[in-house]
Ligand binder design. Structure first.
Ligand code: GLV
Ligand code: GLV
Length: 326
């Protein structure tokens, strides 16, 4: 008698096949995000759920699903989980750290470069058939090499971006984080710890890589944007809501900063309409971890957590391990 689980969105067939060796697997056949009511209804009788970052797991859902024992997120970020509520309900939460670090750091750096060098603007111009002559000032951007790279949120992904900037592009790296890195990691990343004000003031390219929480909500709003250099670029590969998107669109329109590169948005997949009309922003649909091997590794790690916990009592990457002892 296998335990039952729900896979809330479509994922790799080979990962579903692995899960089916251990579980009765119910999938979301339409691959539309489930409404709250659908999620609760489908979770009825399930011991585990494979989530993908969009499914809100909170006290009222948990109260309606007393058989649920584990929620395995296929994402490193887990702001869709109310972790204290899950711990109180003795429901294990897991995420997918490490397997996406380098892939996501690559993308953060790609977005930085595309933004600094105005690649999206140039492409739109060319595709629109507007390229009919050379001009000395056509799409001049800002340099990446030798500039100051600022990182807000110095977790594993932030460190990956710092290494790329320092070692690959000779950038001066400064960072701000809740806690300082060890001296060894600071020297590996060639990164100097600074206060948030100095980070805002000194960065030529400021990359946001911090987790979303009530504390990080609107970490970058009008007041912070006003402290940045008018030539600066802002890159967000973290979460929507860390930036006040309306304030950012206004700052971009008024050229109070030069440009932004955004992979995440407040209320995504909706995007603030003002961001869609300003030219100096590169917009991508939350794809920083999207390479085939990395997405497969993330899906397999989420599956490992479900199998590890429900079959063997040992999850791989638990977020609230205190549930295990209780
Ligand atoms: C993606 O946003 C993730 O958190 O893995
Ligand atoms: C966050 O957990 C990160 O890996 O940066």
């Amino acid at each position: 008698n296998k335990p039952s689980i729900l896979v809330a969105r479509a994922v790799f067939p080979e990962v579903i096949a692995r899960l089916q060796q251990h579980f009765d697997v119910e999938q979301n056949p339409a691959d539309e995000p489930l409404s709250r009511e659908q999620l609760v209804a489908r979770l009825h009788g399930k011991a585990g759920v494979f989530t993908t970052g969009g499914e809100r797991i909170d006290a009222s859902l948990l109260a309606a699903c007393p058989q649920l024992r584990i929620c395995a997120n296929m994402a490193v970020g887990y702001n869709n989980f109310d972790l204290p509520a899950m711990t109180a309900a003795k429901v294990l939460a897991t995420n997918t750290p490490d397997v996406l670090t380098e892939t996501t750091a690559d993308f953060g750096f790609a977005l930085l470069m595309a933004t600094a060098r105005r690649m999206a603007e140039g492409e739109h111009f060319l595709r629109a058939g507007k390229w009919n002559k050379w001009a000395y000032d056509m799409f001049s951007g800002s340099d990446v090499h030798g500039s100051t790279l600022g990182i807000l949120g110095m977790g594993r992904i932030g460190q990956g971006i710092a290494r790329r900037g320092a070692h690959g592009f000779g950038m001066k790296v400064i960072y701000h984080n809740r806690s300082r890195l060890s001296p060894e990691l600071e020297s590996e990343c060639k990164a100097r710890y600074v206060g948030k004000e100095e980070l805002l003031r000194e960065s030529d390219h400021l990359v946001l890589v911090l987790p979303y929480s009530a504390q990080s909500h609107h970490s970058i709003g009008a007041a912070e944007l006003a402290q940045m250099k008018p030539t600066a670029t802002l890159i967000n590969v973290a979460r929507g809501g860390i930036v006040d998107d309306a304030a950012l669109a206004k700052a971009l329109r008024e050229r109070r900063i030069a440009a932004a590169g955004l992979d995440v948005f407040e209320g995504e997949p909706k995007v603030h309409p003002d961001l869609l009309t300003v030219p100096n922003v590169v917009l991508t649909p939350h794809i920083a971890s999207a390479t085939v091997p990395t997405r497969l590794a993330m899906a397999n790690l989420a599956a490992d957590n479900l199998i590890g916990y429900l079959v063997h009592g040992k999850p791989v990457t638990p977020l609230n391990p205190e549930v295990l002892g209780s």
